[in-house]
Design a protein around this ligand. Structure first.
Ligand SMILES: [Zn+2]
Length: 159
């Protein structure tokens, strides 16, 4: 590789970029800051060692993660990416507790609705019973016809 196409890592380290440079695929010359950040946090030899230990298909993700971690550390020297992780964990806790609250409110609402439904059925059953009773006694609410017949019979037999 010529000097002009050195990867960002080799350019940063002022060395020749060899054909088999392990860093070249993950630190292109177009983004020099990416390697500068990663180098500051992990160091060039550590990055190289880490990537060499991994199977080739996992190296891109590892380089990406180191880059994100290093960029977070550059933005937030105290908490780095832990600051973002903590914020997101707190967000998850808040959302989970809101979910529990909403589920319990929903359960109360459903129970109230069920109760209203049952009361409504009971009320309409009562109404129906009353209507049936009224219906059966409407023509003779106190069964007066029968009482009159009995009274007449009594009169006839005793007077
Ligand atoms: Zn290189």
């Amino acid at each position: 590789m010529s000097t002009s196409t050195r990867c960002a890592a080799c350019r940063f380290l002022r060395r020749r970029c060899r054909q088999d440079c392990v860093l070249a695929p993950y630190f292109p010359p177009t983004n020099p800051q990416r390697f500068a950040n990663v180098h500051k946090v992990f160091g060039a030899s550590k990055i190289t060692e880490l990537l060499k230990q991994l199977p080739v298909h996992l190296r891109y993700d590892a380089a990406e993660c180191m880059s994100i971690e290093a960029a977070s550390r550059a933005r937030d020297p105290v908490y780095g990416c832990v600051g973002v992780i903590s914020q997101l964990q707190q967000h998850i806790i808040d959302v989970q507790s809101e979910l529990v609250k909403i589920k319990s409110e929903l359960a109360v609402h459903n129970a109230q609705q069920q109760l209203q439904l049952e009361n409504g059925e009971r009320a309409s059953e009562q109404q129906q019973d009353e209507l049936l009773w009224l219906g059966s006694t409407q023509h003779d609410p106190l069964n007066l016809d029968q009482l009159l017949i009995q009274a007449n019979d009594y009169q006839k037999s005793h007077f």
